[in-house]
Ligand binder design. Structure first.
Ligand SMILES: *[C@@H]1O[C@H](CO)[C@@H](O)[C@H](O)[C@H]1NC(C)=O
Ligand SMILES: *[C@@H]1O[C@H](CO)[C@@H](O)[C@H](O)[C@H]1NC(C)=O
Ligand SMILES: *[C@@H]1O[C@H](CO)[C@@H](O)[C@H](O)[C@H]1NC(C)=O
Ligand SMILES: *[C@@H]1O[C@H](CO)[C@@H](O)[C@H](O)[C@H]1NC(C)=O
Ligand SMILES: *[C@@H]1O[C@H](CO)[C@@H](O)[C@H](O)[C@H]1NC(C)=O
Ligand SMILES: *[C@@H]1O[C@H](CO)[C@@H](O)[C@H](O)[C@H]1NC(C)=O
Ligand SMILES: *[C@@H]1O[C@H](CO)[C@@H](O)[C@H](O)[C@H]1NC(C)=O
Ligand SMILES: *[C@@H]1O[C@H](CO)[C@@H](O)[C@H](O)[C@H]1NC(C)=O
Ligand SMILES: *[C@@H]1O[C@H](CO)[C@@H](O)[C@H](O)[C@H]1NC(C)=O
Ligand SMILES: *[C@@H]1O[C@H](CO)[C@@H](O)[C@H](O)[C@H]1NC(C)=O
Ligand SMILES: *[C@@H]1O[C@H](CO)[C@@H](O)[C@H](O)[C@H]1NC(C)=O
Length: 494
């Protein structure tokens, strides 16, 4: 041992310059706390919790805690004489007074700073000695250390300032060693660790597509197949965006609500931070999802006329920052050059409306296909047409050039079991108007009625019906006076 010390000393001396070593009197033999040769396991430890008592006083609790398979002197016999704490050399200023208590009574010897004799240059400890503890009385003993300054106010008064934290630990964490009288045993403890960070709370998040019929007597309703269609697209898109941003999703997004006016697609991000990875694109995503609903024809589909569509991406952000984006669009009817006469085209002008989607079925001939439009009754909005209760005829915006390709209308008022065939009549040349007339239905007959155009299968509906919507047909429902003609654009079911 002496030889090793001598060699080490010589090496250090040549490395750092002999006079520094000699002046400090520190051998540098043990580079790490507790800076001496002793057994790091033993019967004693300190609770990791340090109690702050005010007035720069910190209290450490001793525990007798013998490792399971240890039966040597340090574990079974050693006493506990002194406590050493690894501290910063800069705290060791002249004139600083430290005091300590053991179980409330002043310690028999005041604590003091010391350069660790076998530690590296300037390595410093605070030593509280003559504790007089042993296996029978140490458990639960409380050692309190009061830090002070010198008259000039210099000194370290907090553990943050005082302690050299173990590698990687933040300021305020202290390394302490509990020595036996013969200094053979020095079990170490790390005390005052910061509280563990709270586990990340997931950000539950919903993408809501909601519908508000602000100016429509025929409110549109979402239905299960449409909810699913929207959800499939939103989930794929959103999940892909999350993956691209590296945001971890712990509860996969899926369709959770499908009401008349609300589609909710919900899931959860692992944490606030994960959800924030999408913060930069959330508005764009909301806009994409809004477009999914309102941009079907490059513009609002006619069944959303008079509706406000709102897409929100919202996390359950009670006091946290989850996603929060919103986009909305108010849809209103496009102006079109139909019908050719002057009449009140406002939906709700009369108590009749067409359902938003047509259906197809085999035609009357082998070579024809029927496109069927269904009608219902609705509350009227106030106006000159509010009492127009006779469902007189229906006119369609049709392509005159294809006048020979419509083989009549199959009509079925409510209560009828079979379709009746009536011929198609065209308006004046240039009107581009084909009429199902006469009908002369009452409210009862019109509610649930059906009018099917029987068209040559070789002709695409998109060519036969005019207007801006792909595969969409405009129709007007006339009363006998021809002054009332609520107009609807009917498209295929999305
Ligand atoms: C702090 O010290 C002052 C003066 O020494 C004393 O009056 C006061 O009670 C102490 N406060 C606490 C919390 O111990
Ligand atoms: C017993 O202690 C030794 C070192 O002191 C350790 O390597 C070993 O894993 C321990 N065994 C058990 C079962 O704790
Ligand atoms: C040791 O302490 C002295 C005096 O405070 C200082 O000048 C010197 O730079 C320190 N050396 C090291 C290696 O920390
Ligand atoms: C522990 O110390 C107390 C007080 O000094 C003494 O009475 C007791 O006998 C000691 N116990 C052991 C096991 O050394
Ligand atoms: C989301 O969907 C839209 C339209 O379907 C597509 O243009 C866009 O690239 C998709 N974005 C992502 C991130 O998948
Ligand atoms: C959607 O997610 C919820 C919550 O995780 C789950 O209870 C529900 O079964 C899921 N639904 C579908 C259709 O996967
Ligand atoms: C989204 O819809 C869910 C119901 O599925 C609801 O609990 C939540 O409050 C809605 N969020 C917003 C922002 O409207
Ligand atoms: C449609 O026509 C009405 C009346 O002529 C006009 O006030 C309105 O601005 C037009 N809307 C659009 C979108 O062109
Ligand atoms: C519609 O009928 C009601 C009740 O008969 C009447 O009060 C109202 O003035 C009528 N409206 C019009 C525009 O004729
Ligand atoms: C309705 O159609 C069925 C079957 O096509 C036929 O048997 C029945 O006679 C028809 N009824 C009327 C009133 O035309
Ligand atoms: C329309 O029907 C009503 C009763 O259903 C009838 O009195 C009236 O004559 C019919 N008008 C025409 C033009 O067929």
């Amino acid at each position: 041992m002496k030889l090793i010390i001598a060699i080490t000393f010589a090496l250090l001396a040549s490395a750092f310059g002999q006079d520094i070593i000699l002046r400090s009197g520190q051998s540098g033999q043990f580079p790490n706390f507790p800076y001496c040769l002793c057994k790091p396991t033993g019967a004693y430890r300190l609770d990791s919790t340090v109690t702050f008592k005010g007035n720069s006083t910190y209290c450490f609790k001793v525990r007798v805690s013998i490792p399971a398979n240890c039966s040597d002197y340090c574990c079974k016999q050693a006493d506990l004489k002194k406590l050493e704490i690894n501290v910063k050399p800069t705290c060791n200023v002249a004139g600083v007074v430290l005091t300590a208590t053991l179980n409330g009574a002043p310690a028999s010897i005041n604590p003091n700073f010391e350069l660790a004799p076998q530690g590296p240059l300037n390595s410093t400890i605070v030593k509280i000695t003559q504790l007089g503890l042993n296996l029978s009385n140490a458990d639960g003993a409380e050692i309190c250390l009061t830090l002070g300054t010198n008259r000039g106010g210099k000194g370290c008064t907090t553990l943050e300032d005082l302690c050299v934290p173990p590698a990687g630990a933040p300021p305020g964490v202290c390394s302490a060693a509990l020595f036996s009288s013969n200094t053979d045993c020095c079990p170490s403890s790390v005390v005052n660790p910061p509280p563990p960070p709270p586990p990340p709370a997931p950000c539950f998040t919903c993408i809501n597509i909601s519908l508000n019929a602000v100016n429509s007597p025929v409110p549109f309703s979402f239905y299960p197949a449409l909810c699913k269609q929207y959800a499939d697209s939103v989930v794929a898109n959103f999940t892909q965006a999350a993956a691209a941003a590296g945001a971890i999703i712990t509860v996969p997004f899926n369709l959770t609500t499908c009401n008349d006016d609300l589609v909710s697609i919900c899931g959860a991000f692992a944490s606030e931070a994960d959800s924030q990875l999408l913060a930069g694109v959330a508005e764009d995503l909301a806009a994409q999802f809004l477009d999914l609903v309102t941009g079907r024809f490059g513009t609002c589909p006619p069944y959303l006329d008079g509706h406000n569509v709102i897409v929100s991406i919202t996390g359950d952000a009670d006091s946290r920052t989850c996603l929060d984006a919103i986009k909305s669009l108010s849809c209103s009817r496009a102006n079109v050059s139909f019908p050719k006469c002057i009449c009140d085209t406002k939906p709700g002008a009369t108590p009749y409306a067409a359902l938003p989607f047509y259906t197809t079925q085999p035609g009357r001939l082998k070579t024809t296909t029927q496109y069927c439009f269904k009608f219902t009754s609705i509350p009227t909005v106030d106006g000159a047409c509010e009492n127009a209760t006779i469902f007189s005829k229906v006119e369609f915006w049709g392509n005159e050039a294809l006048r020979r390709n419509i083989r009549g209308f199959a009509i079925k008022p409510n209560g009828a079991t079979n379709y009746t065939i009536i011929s198609a009549s065209w308006g004046a040349k240039g009107d581009e108007t084909v009429k199902a007339t006469p009908l002369n239905w009452s409210i009862d007959q019109a509610t649930g009625s059906e009018i099917c155009m029987d068209i040559d299968t070789s002709i695409a509906l998109d060519d036969f019906c005019l207007g801006p919507f792909t595969n969409g047909c405009y129709l007007t429902i006339f009363d006998p006076t021809r002054k009332c003609c609520p107009m609807f654009a009917i498209v295929d079911r999305p």
